[in-house]
Design a protein around this ligand. Structure first.
Ligand code: ATP
Ligand code: MG
Length: 447
């Protein structure tokens, strides 16, 4: 007779997230990297919603996957994103060429054209969601990252450019950041296409004289898109770029007037900024005003928010010509900055923690908790394992750890009287409250 031995069970292989793509976890889950937790994340989103509502912006959502051609046409072929950062693939079902969106503006413009959204006049809109770029992951730079994206479509005047910038400032203030200290505004004007052409010729002449000093990327771009050289992050090129002809010197009267009008508003509200003639932004679609909010606290990933005017994009993507302006804000970077500065986050602890008895009283307890919740009280109910809720002592420990102000103690003595003990865990005082009228004392838990 042979005895069959079972092979030792093999432990299933551990699967991990794709490199450069992060989990955003609840604050109670410890993590070794410094990524922001979901409480900070939610506070940011709530604040954004409130600030954007004050300016009358409406929310929208567009797909994460778009036709590859949208980005190639929208962002420009000779850009970092299109040349080397896009997650593109072929739909195996029908052969369509698709891309995970690397930024939000092109998709939004596509959607607005598709739905003839500007028919009734201009639009102010915003969205939040993940973007994908195949970059080298590091602090503040990921392969999936989240952006807040705000756009004003159909407005030609400098008033909206200033509104965009001031809206970001309102957000900083609401989040406890100080402009000028924690985040600074950099501003430039890219003028109009004909002005850029003249500047481009001067730029090519200049870089041709210094061609030997250029890196491979820049040499390739010298004739295809020399403006992009100004955007290079290669430290070895910075001095050369510093000496290049400046676009501002090529701007005509109308472009200068537009720039002047934006600056006049910023000056009037006392917002300080630095004019940075090298600020050209990473996409080809920008014209006139461009801006970035930068910080010194995050190393080389110092741009938390960038935007500008893109009057040609809607037409370029097949729509009826209409001007537009917008910005994108990197949410991880901004939250890292808030962490770095130890900005206090409003608490996310529940109002109350319910300490429950084992056995048959549970339905009564739950009915009371449901009434409290209906009255707007945030109650965390202790839930146990298969053997019941566990000892009172261990439940009280959990109540303390939850950060709740109150413990609701549904002990057997209280229940026998039709009551519950409401214990203030911070002040140590306690009172008995009736189980059958939770509405009468719900308010005291929220104070
Ligand atoms: P950078 O110069 O840092 O690469 P960018 O000019 O490519 O930024 P935009 O396309 O203007 O960035 O996107 C707007 C914002 O989104 C940036 O200012 C930044 O805060 C954030 N962002 C861009 N790329 C990443 C990334 N890979 N990971 C995290 N945040 C990012
Ligand atoms: Mg980039």
């Amino acid at each position: 007779m042979t005895i069959e031995t079972k092979p030792a069970a093999k432990k299933a292989e551990k699967l991990v997230a794709v490199k450069g793509m992060n989990d955003i976890l609840p604050p109670s889950v410890p993590r070794t990297d410094k990524l922001p937790d979901s409480a900070l994340w939610q506070w940011f989103e709530t604040t954004v919603r409130a600030v954007l509502a004050r300016y009358g912006y409406q929310y929208l959502l567009t797909p994460i996957v778009e036709p590859t051609a949208l980005f190639v046409r929208g962002l420009g072929e000779v850009t970092d994103i299109v040349e080397k950062e896009m997650y593109s693939f072929t739909d195996s079902m029908n052969g369509d060429k698709l891309t995970l969106r690397p930024e939000a503006t092109a998709g939004i413009v596509r959607a607005m054209i598709e739905h003839n959204a500007l028919y009734n006049g201009p639009l102010r809109i915003w969205t939040v969601g993940p973007m994908f770029r195949h970059e080298r992951p590091q602090k503040g730079r990921y392969r999936q990252f989240y952006q807040l994206d705000v756009e004003a479509l159909g407005f030609a005047g400098p008033d909206v450019d200033a509104e965009m910038i001031l809206m970001a400032r309102a957000l900083w203030r609401e989040l406890g950041l100080v402009e000028g200290r924690d985040v600074r505004l950099e501003l430039n004007s890219l003028g109009q296409p004909d002005e850029r052409r003249a500047h481009r010729e001067a730029l090519v002449r200049y870089f041709e004289q210094h061609a030997a000093a250029l890196d491979a990327d820049s040499q390739r771009r010298l004739h295809s898109n020399p403006l992009r050289i100004l955007d290079s992050k290669n430290p070895a090129l910075q001095a050369l770029i510093e000496g290049a002809p400046q676009l501002l010197a090529f701007l005509g009267e109308a472009s200068l007037a537009h720039f002047g009008a934006v600056r006049a508003v910023l000056d009037a509200v006392g917002l300080e900024y630095r004019i940075n003639p090298r600020l050209v932004r990473g996409m080809d679609y920008y014209n006139l005003t461009v801006f970035e909010w930068v910080t010194d606290q995050l190393g080389s990933q110092g741009t938390v928010c960038g935007g500008g005017r893109y009057d040609g994009l809607i037409e370029q993507l097949g729509g009826k010509p209409a001007p537009a302006v917008g910005f994108g804000l990197g949410i991880e970077r901004l939250l890292l900055l808030l962490q770095e500065l130890a900005v206090p986050v409003p608490g996310s602890a529940p109002h109350a923690y319910a300490v429950v008895p084992p056995g048959t009283a549970l339905p009564t307890v739950v009915a009371t908790l449901e009434s409290l919740r209906a009255a707007g009280v945030n109650v965390l109910q202790h839930a146990g394992g298969a053997d019941g809720p566990g000892s009172m002592k261990s439940q009280f420990k959990k109540a303390d750890a939850s950060g709740a102000q109150f413990a609701l103690v549904f002990g057997p003595d209280e229940l026998a009287q039709g009551k519950v003990t409401v214990k203030d865990l911070r002040a140590g005082v306690q009172v008995l409250q009736p189980l059958d009228q939770p509405q009468a004392w719900a308010g005291s838990l929220k104070a």
